[in-house]
Write a protein that binds this ligand. Structure first.
Ligand SMILES: *[C@@H]1O[C@H](CO)[C@@H](O)[C@H](O)[C@H]1NC(C)=O
Ligand SMILES: *[C@@H]1O[C@H](CO)[C@@H](O)[C@H](O)[C@H]1NC(C)=O
Ligand SMILES: *[C@@H]1O[C@H](CO)[C@@H](O)[C@H](O)[C@H]1NC(C)=O
Ligand SMILES: *[C@@H]1O[C@H](CO)[C@@H](O)[C@H](O)[C@H]1NC(C)=O
Ligand SMILES: *[C@@H]1O[C@H](CO)[C@@H](O)[C@H](O)[C@H]1NC(C)=O
Ligand SMILES: [Zn+2]
Length: 424
């Protein structure tokens, strides 16, 4: 009887496992508003107002929920140190448990092939951009090609979940062991838990944890020389059905993060030895123009937005290059499922990570400055400046998208600007 019950339980449980699906294709089919012309307002054509706040995270909810259930028995849910005190004091321990949970989502749902694929993508984009640097007039004139290469060639994806997992386990086990030992020794002390926690927290050296190494959020990060991406990117890279949507969604995100190393602020250099002011102005002018034409709740183009805007332009440029390399002349072929060309699906997939049912706006951080990411609709509609967009959607020159487009900004490559004035 017991055995029978167990078998039934297992089969129900197995049925629970959500089937992997291409959530980008799914979102494209769900959220296009055919009453809006893509050449009039691409963002509101691709992203109707009835989409959730973040369609990608919403569509992965079942999968994440499934992974959470699997983790219920994990040892960290039983650590004394965690349940007794870690939340209250928040001394790193919560961060390590969070990392373990995130890595287990990647393993239980198994997106390892996706992680591998995204690593290739990072390498391809770094290499392609490195080749563009060699042809860049402003970099050549300033004799900084080798220096830029030295810096950008350090870029790598942070994808070693095995090592991170081990680090987190070792750390937690050590803290737990000394906590339990201490409690046994000081059993007679009132508030022994608290006493031992404080002793443990003071005497343990916690290894440095990079934020966002393995995250469930639809996002990426550049903590130079490492870049890392969220679970949704890995999942889609593994289960997406067309390279065009993978490049439109994950390729542009990888390009954006890599772009944070390749794009700098000319008068506040962080990584690069020199950066072109005309490139910077070109980027800001495009965002300004798009902001003026398409403002929803709010948008702005002050200096706080420069880094993110530059990374956006760079990211789309590089991902589109890979799209061209991959499809060649087939780029304008239609594919059945979505009834659109590969090239069009690239732009739609880019839009999907910015869809939101509410009007787009910018936000502020604590010190009263802008948060730095342009409004979602602006980030999407600046693709108008990429010549491929006009071609893909056959937009007329007097459409709103084309009227808002400035000349394409070439950050690197032979079409990038010369240096006008030599800086010391
Ligand atoms: C679709 O676009 C039309 C035309 O702008 C608009 O009236 C309608 O509200 C939109 N629908 C959704 C769900 O966003
Ligand atoms: C995890 O297990 C506890 C019992 O140990 C149960 O109450 C809880 O609902 C479980 N959570 C999930 C997400 O399965
Ligand atoms: C790269 O730069 C570092 C210091 O910034 C220097 O030590 C190293 O030699 C450089 N490598 C190359 C190949 O130029
Ligand atoms: C954006 O354009 C407006 C009007 O053309 C101008 O007043 C403003 O200074 C511009 N902002 C930036 C950051 O270029
Ligand atoms: C593009 O649009 C023009 C009119 O603006 C039309 O004549 C032409 O047939 C269209 N081309 C395609 C491929 O749809
Ligand atoms: Zn960024």
């Amino acid at each position: 009887m017991r055995i029978l019950l167990f078998a039934v339980f297992v089969s129900c449980y197995a049925l629970d496992r959500p089937e992997p699906f291409d959530f980008i294709e799914d979102a494209i089919l769900k959220y296009i508003n055919h009453s809006v012309d893509p050449c009039d307002n691409f963002y509101r054509h691709a992203c109707s107002f009835d989409s959730p706040h973040n369609p990608i995270e919403a569509s992965l909810e079942n999968i994440i929920e499934y992974a959470k259930k699997l983790q219920n028995d994990s040892f960290w849910n039983k650590l004394e140190i965690y349940w007794n005190l870690a939340f209250g004091f928040n001394l790193h321990i919560g961060d390590f448990i969070f990392l373990l949970k995130n890595i287990r989502v990647h393993l239980d749902v198994d997106v390892r092939q996706g992680i591998y694929g995204v690593r290739e993508l990072v390498n391809l984009i770094v290499e392609a951009a490195g080749n563009l640097v060699k042809e860049t007039p402003w970099a050549k004139n300033e004799h900084v090609v080798a220096k830029i290469e030295n810096i950008t060639s350090q870029l790598q994806i942070h994808d070693n979940y095995g090592k991170d997992f081990q680090l987190a386990v070792d750390t937690l086990v050590n803290v737990e062991k000394s906590f339990v030992l201490c409690k046994t020794m000081f059993d007679f002390v009132e508030h022994a838990d608290l006493f031992c926690f404080l002793i443990g927290a003071r005497t343990t050296t916690f290894p440095d944890l990079k934020p966002f190494s393995f995250s469930q959020a639809d996002n990426g990060v550049n903590f130079h020389p490492s870049v890392a991406f969220g679970f949704p990117n890995y999942h889609h890279f593994q289960h997406g059905r067309e390279m065009s949507t993978k490049l439109g969604y994950t390729g542009t995100t990888v390009g954006h993060e890599v772009g944070h190393t390749f794009f700098d602020n000319h008068d506040r250099l962080e990584l690069l030895p020199y950066f072109s002011k005309s490139v910077q102005d070109c980027v800001q002018n495009q965002f300004n123009s798009t902001c003026i034409e398409f403002q929803e709740a709010s948008c702005a183009t002050s200096f706080e937005f420069l880094d993110e805007n530059g990374a956006d332009i760079f990211g789309v440029h590089m991902a589109y290059k890979l799209l061209q390399d991959y499809y060649g002349s087939k780029i304008t072929d239609k594919f059945e499922r979505l009834q659109m060309t590969y090239e069009q699906s690239f732009f739609y997939s880019y839009a999907m990570s910015f869809c939101s049912g509410t009007p787009s706006s910018v936000s502020f951080v604590d010190d009263g400055l802008y948060e730095g990411h342009s409004a979602h609709n602006v980030r999407v509609n600046v693709v108008a400046q990429h010549p491929a967009f006009q071609k893909a959607f056959n937009c007329s020159a007097d459409s709103r998208m084309m009227k808002s487009a400035t000349k394409q900004c070439h950050i690197y490559g032979s079409k990038a600007p010369e240096t006008r004035k030599r800086r010391h």
